[in-house]
Design a binder for this molecule. Sequence first.
Ligand SMILES: Cc1cc2nc3c(=O)[nH]c(=O)nc-3n(C[C@H](O)[C@H](O)[C@H](O)COP(=O)(O)OP(=O)(O)OC[C@H]3O[C@@H](n4cnc5c(N)ncnc54)[C@H](O)[C@@H]3O)c2cc1C
Length: 332
Amino acid sequence: MSIKYNVQLKPYNSFRTIALARIFCEPQTVEDLSNAIKHFHNERKVVLGAGCNLFFTRDFDGVVIKPGMKGITIVAETDEYVDIEAGASEEWDQFVGFCVSHGYAGIENLSLIPSSVGASPIQNIGAYGSEVKDTIVRVKAVHINTGEYHEFTNEECAFGYRDSHFKRTGNYVITSVVFRLNKRFVFKDKYVDVSRELQGIASPSISQVRDAIIRIRTRKLPDFSLLPNAGSFFKNPLLTKEEKDALQRILPDAPIYNAGEKEFKTSAAFLIEEAGYKGKRKGMVGTYEHHALIIVNYGTESGQEIVAFMKEIQQEVKKQFDILLEPEVWIY
Ligand SMILES: Cc1cc2nc3c(=O)[nH]c(=O)nc-3n(C[C@H](O)[C@H](O)[C@H](O)COP(=O)(O)OP(=O)(O)OC[C@H]3O[C@@H](n4cnc5c(N)ncnc54)[C@H](O)[C@@H]3O)c2cc1C
C-alpha cells in the first residue's frame, strides 16, 4: 500500500486550494485499508474521493485516506435485473457510461456528476429527478476507527435528500457499492429540461437520455478543470410553515416545494440571486455567472478566501430573508 508524507492536496480537490496532508495513504484492498486504520489508530482521519465536494482551508494534521479499490463486477443476474458491484475509486461517470452501454437502466440521469463510486452514497447524489439511493442494494465499508468490515443494506444506509447514515456519522470508509439496475429501460418524463432536450424523439433510448443530460450539464455547469468549483455550494433550505409564510411575504415569487409532512423547501440559488450575488465576484472568488449556487475560484489557492466569500453570502441572505444557508460542500 502506498503511504506518503506531507502530500500537497491541491490536485486532489476540485476547488484547487492548497494544504498539506501529513500522512496520505491509498489502500487498494479492504485488507490494506483495515490494516492502515489499525496502524494509524491514534491519528485523525479524513476520507478523500475525487475531491469534487470538498476543499481545504489548512494543512491536515492526520491521515488522508484515499480508497483505491477498483473493479466493476456483475454479482447477480435475473431476466429483469443485474446487481453490479463497483469499487470505491471507480470514476462515477465512467461507471454510468459502462452501465448505459450495456443497457442497464437506473443511473443514466446521474450522468456526468463528478464523483467517485465510493462517495455516491455519502450525500445520495441526485440529479434530474433521480437519486442514487433508488439503485443501491448494498454498501460495503470499513469502520474508520476500528478497521472492522461491515455491509449495509439499503435500509441501513438511511438515505435522505443529499444525506445518508454515512454522512451523518462519518464513521465508515466505503470500499464498494452494489447497484441493482434494470435490464429494461423505460423513459420516464421526470424533468422538464430533459424532455425539452429530447423533443421530437417519441421514445428515447437510454443512450439518448444519457447524451441529453451530458449536453445539458455541459452547457449549464462550469468545468472545474478550467474554473475550479465544487458544484452547488449550499443546500436548498428546509423551511417550517412559518418560515415559508415569512419568506413569501418578502419574496412572493420564491419557489416553494413540499418536502415531507411539515416542511417546505426553497431554492438557495433563487435567494442568492435575489440577494444580488449571482455572478458577483470578490477578489479571486465569485459566484458563477450562469448559476448563483456555484462558487467559483478565479485564481486563489486559499480556502480561507472561499470561506470568507461564503460567509458574506450567508450574512446577506440572512439579513434580507432571515434564512441561514448551510454549505453542502465539506470544508476542512
Ligand atoms: C461541477 C459539479 C457538479 C456537481 N453536480 C452534482 C449533482 O448534480 N448532484 C449531486 O448530488 N452532486 C453534485 N456535485 C457534488 C459532487 O459531485 C458529489 O458530492 C460527489 O459525490 C463527490 O464525490 P467525490 O468522490 O468527489 O467526493 P469527495 O469530494 O472526495 O468527498 C465528499 C465527502 O464524501 C466523503 N467520502 C468520499 N469518498 C468516500 C468513501 N469512499 N467512503 C467514505 N466517505 C467518503 C468525504 O470524506 C467527504 O466528506 C457536483 C460537483 C461539481 C464539482
